[in-house]
Design a binder for this molecule. Structure first.
Ligand code: BYC
Ligand code: FE
Ligand code: FE
Length: 481
C-alpha cells in the first residue's frame, strides 16, 4: 500500500496499515465506542444532530489533504494519519544525535515517552470539554462551524495519541488510553492534567483568546515533539500541525474581527476615549480595556503550560532525544548543549533578574521565548487593525512575571509591566488587569446566538472570506429542528 493513501476499508480511516495490524486494530476498535460515548456526552452540547460543513483529513499530501462536506459530528471520520516516513531520518539532537531515528520505543525512555504522549493526549479532549457550551451562543453560523471544526480535530488529535499508546506501549498504553476518556476538565476528583485545561471557556472572547494563545502552546509543543527521535511521534505531530494552523487562524481572526467591530463602532459614535467604557459598551461592542484583560488572562495561563523555566525533566527529554527545540534542525549549534547557556528571568532576592543557566535545563524557557515572539507577531497584526480604523490604543503582552502559577514567579505578584507588588496591592488592583465578574457579566450579556445565514452578532465583524471560499450567506451549519 502506498504510504500516503488513506485506507477507508476499516472502520477507522488510517495510513498506518491497520487492516494488517490486528492487535492494534482490535485495541482501537474496543476503545472507539467509549470515545463516541464521550463525544456525545462531553462534546458540543445541543448540536449532535446538526449537519456541519466540516473538513475531514483524507490524505497527508500537503496539497489537498482535506475535503469539505456536511456531516453530523458523531459521524465524523476520525482517522489516524501520520506524515510520510522520511527515508534515513536521523535523531536531530541530544546524546543520540546523528543515530538513526527509532521506529520502536527505546526501553530506557519508555516511561518518559509515555508520560509526554499522555499529557499531550490529555489536552485534546480537555479543550473539547471546555468549549462544549459555546454552540448555544455562537455569533454566526460561520463561527459555529469554526468551533465545531476545532473540536472534531482536537478529537482526532486524541486519536493520534491513543494510537501511539496502544501501538507502542502495550497494556500500560491501553490503560492510559482508557483514562484519557475518564478525566474531565475542571472536575474536582478527576481533573485534566495541566492547569489551563481546567479553566472555564465561558464566552466567545475566551474561545478566540484560547485558540490564539493556548492552541499556540499546542503548536510549540507539537513542533518540539515533531523533532523527536521516536519517529512515529515525530510523524504524528507533523501531521497534527497541519490542522493546528486553522485553530490559530480561528483565534487570530476572531479577535481581529472583534477589535475591528469595536473600533468601527467607536468611530461611528465619535467616541475617542477608549476608557469611556460605559459609552462603548452601550454600542453593543466589547471595550478595548476588557479585551486587554482577557488577553492578560489567556497569555499568562498559557505561559504556565511551558513548565518551569529551569527543568530537569526538560533537560532529560532533550538529552534522550525525545523532545527537541522549536525548529531544531534549523538551529546552528552542536544540538547537544554541552556547554551553552541561556538567559532566564528569575526571582532573585525579590527582584526579577536575568540569570545565565545551562541551556540544557533552560529548554522550556527557550521554547516559551519562541512562543512569546510568535504571539507578539499576532499582536502586531491586531494593533494594525486598531490603528487602521484610527483609534489610539495598543495591545501588549504582559510581563512573564504577571499572574503565574508555575515556575519562578508563582509565589510573587506582579503588575502587567512586571513590577513586583505585595498582596494588598494585588488584591486591590487585580480587577484592573484581569477580567472582573462585572466584565464577565457584560460579555455574557452580548453572547446571544445568531443563526440566520450571513448575519453576525453586534460585537463581531464578518470575516473577509468564507471557509472553503463559500459566499457570505452560506449555511455552514444546518441546525436540526
Ligand atoms: N500544570 O519540570 P517541570 C495542546 C508539572 S497544548 C500542571 O517544570 P516539564 C492543545 C510537571 O508535570 C500542548 N502541572 O515541567 C492546546 C511536573 O510534574 P511531575 C500540550 C504542571 O515536565 C489547545 C512538575 O510540574 N502538550 O496541545 O519540563 C487545545 C515539574 O515540571 C504544569 C504538552 O504539554 C502545568 N502547567 O514541562 C488542544 C507536551 N507544568 O512529573 C490542545 C507534553 C509543569 O514532577 N508535555 N507541571 O509529577 C510536556 O512537554 C511537559 O510535560 C510540560 C511540563 C511542558 C507540560
Ligand atoms: Fe490539538
Ligand atoms: Fe488545536
Amino acid at each position: 500500500m502506498n504510504i500516503q493513501a488513506v485506507d477507508y476499508s476499516t472502520k477507522i480511516p488510517n495510513n498506518v496499515n491497520l487492516a494488517e495490524d490486528r492487535t492494534v486494530l482490535r485495541a482501537l476498535e474496543s476503545w472507539h465506542p467509549g470515545y463516541i460515548d464521550w463525544w456525545k456526552t462531553m462534546g458540543p452540547e445541543g448540536f449532535q444532530e446538526a449537519l456541519v460543513y466540516l473538513r475531514t483529513a483524507v490524505s497527508v499530501d500537503p496539497k489537498g489533504w482535506a475535503k469539505f462536506d456536511y456531516v453530523k459530528m458523531p459521524d465524523y471520520r476520525w482517522g489516524i494519519l501520520l506524515a510520510p516516513q522520511e527515508e534515513g531520518r536521523k535523531i536531530p539532537f541530544g546524546q543520540h544525535y546523528g543515530e538513526p531515528a527509532w521506529q520502536e520505543v527505546p526501553g530506557e525512555y519508555r516511561a518518559m515517552l509515555r508520560r509526554l504522549i499522555t499529557i499531550q493526549g490529555d489536552t485534546e479532549p480537555a479543550s473539547v470539554e471546555q468549549q462544549r457550551h459555546l454552540g448555544k451562543t455562537a455569533p454566526s453560523l460561520y463561527d459555529l462551524r469554526n468551533v465545531f471544526q476545532v473540536n472534531v480535530e482536537e478529537g482526532r488529535h486524541l486519536w493520534a495519541m491513543v494510537y501511539l499508546l496502544q501501538k507502542y506501549f502495550g497494556r500500560d498504553g491501553r490503560e492510559e488510553a482508557a483514562e484519557l476518556l475518564q478525566r474531565r476538565s475542571g472536575d474536582a476528583d478527576k481533573p485534566r492534567m495541566l492547569g489551563a485545561f481546567n479553566e472555564a471557556t465561558p464566552d466567545w472572547l475566551s474561545f478566540h483568546m484560547f485558540t490564539f494563545f493556548t492552541d499556540r502552546d499546542g503548536k510549540m509543543q507539537l513542533e518540539s515533539l515533531a523533532q523527536s527521535g521516536f519517529d512515529p511521534l515525530s510523524r504524528t505531530c507533523r501531521f497534527m500541525l497541519t490542522e493546528e494552523a486553522h485553530h490559530m487562524f480561528v483565534g487570530e481572526t476572531g479577535i481581529g474581527r472583534t477589535l475591528q467591530r469595536t473600533c468601527e463602532a467607536m468611530k461611528e459614535a465619535g467616541i475617542e476615549d477608549v476608557n469611556d467604557i460605559e459609552r462603548v459598551r452601550a454600542l453593543g461592542v466589547i471595550d478595548l480595556p476588557t479585551m486587554k484583560k482577557k488577553l492578560n488572562l489567556h497569555y499568562s495561563l498559557s505561559l504556565d503550560l511551558f513548565g518551569s523555566e529551569v527543568s530537569t525533566n526538560a533537560a532529560n527529554a532533550f538529552n534522550a532525544g525525545i523532545k527537541g527545540r522549536y525548529q531544531e534542525t534549523k538551529i546552528q549549534d552542536d544540538h547537544k548543549l554541552e556547554t551553552a547557556t541561556y538567559p532566564v528571568l528569575k526571582l532573585v532576592n525579590g527582584q526579577a533578574t536575568r540569570v545565565d543557566e545551562p541551556a540544557l535545563t533552560a529548554i522550556n524557557m527557550r521554547l516559551r521565548d519562541d512562543y512569546t515572539a510568535d504571539c507578539q507577531r499576532g499582536l502586531d497584526r491586531w494593533n494594525k487593525i486598531i490603528e487602521k480604523v484610527g483609534i489610539d490604543y495598543k495591545l501588549e503582552l504582559p510581563s512573564v512575571a504577571f499572574h503565574r502559577h508555575i515556575g519562578e514567579f508563582k509565589d510573587a505578584h506582579a503588575t502587567p509591566d512586571g513590577a513586583l507588588i505585595d498582596d494588598a496591592t494585588w488584591n486591590r488592583d487585580r480587577d484592573k488587569w484581569l477580567p472582573s465578574s462585572d466584565d464577565g457579566e457584560f460579555i455574557k450579556s452580548l453572547m446571544k446566538p445568531v443563526t440566520e445565514p450571513g448575519k453576525f452578532a453586534s460585537w463581531i465583524s464578518p470575516p473577509r472570506v468564507g471557509i472553503d471560499n463559500k459566499p457570505g450567506d452560506f449555511e455552514y451549519v444546518k441546525i436540526a429542528a
